[in-house]
Design a protein around this ligand. Sequence first.
Ligand SMILES: CC(C)(COP(=O)(O)OP(=O)(O)OC[C@H]1O[C@@H](n2cnc3c(N)ncnc32)[C@H](O)[C@@H]1OP(=O)(O)O)[C@@H](O)C(=O)NCCC(=O)NCCS
Length: 143
Amino acid sequence: VQLRDVDRANWEACTAIRPAREQERFVAPVAFYLCLCLYEQRWRPLAICAGEAIVGFVMWAVDPADGSHWIGGLVIDARRQRQGHGRAAVAALLERFRAAGATEAALSYQPENERARALYASLGFRETGERADGEVVARLGLR
Ligand SMILES: CC(C)(COP(=O)(O)OP(=O)(O)OC[C@H]1O[C@@H](n2cnc3c(N)ncnc32)[C@H](O)[C@@H]1OP(=O)(O)O)[C@@H](O)C(=O)NCCC(=O)NCCS
C-alpha cells in the first residue's frame, strides 16, 4: 500500500471508508477523524491506497510530552479487509516514523478489539498497562 496525504481530490473518498457493522463500535467515522485533524491540528490524516483505490484511513500525531509517535483512527474498508492492507499500512507508517528519527511508536485500542490487538502484537507492540480514554495502550521501540 501507499500512504497519501488527504487533499481536495481524495477527502470525500476517504469518508466512504467503512468498517464492518460489528466493528463500528471500535472506531469513529472517518469524517469525524478528518474534522479532528482539521480543527484540533494535532493529528495528521493519511489515505491508505492500493493502486488507485483508497482502501483505508489512518492518522498520526506526536506527543509533545515524550516525542512518541501515535497511530490512530486506523480503518480498512470492510470489503478490503484480510488482504494485508492493515498490516502494510502500519508497517509503512512505522517506516516513516523511523525515517523521521522517532524513537517510539504508540497506539491504543479497545480491549475487546481482538483483530487490532493481534495485528499490533504481531508487529511488536507491547501493552504497557497505561490506559487512554478507556483504551489499552501499546508501545513499540523504534531503535
Ligand atoms: C484491524 C484492521 C485495521 C485490520 O486490517 P486488515 O487489512 O483486515 O488486516 P490484515 O489483512 O493486514 O491482517 C493483519 C493481521 O490482523 C489480524 N487479523 C485480521 N483479520 C483478522 C480476523 N478476522 N481474526 C483475527 N485476526 C485478524 C491478524 O493478526 C492478521 O495477521 P495475519 O495476516 O498473519 O493473519 C481492520 O480489521 C479494521 O479496519 N477493523 C475495524 C476498525 C478497527 O478496529 N481499527 C483499529 C482501531 S485500534
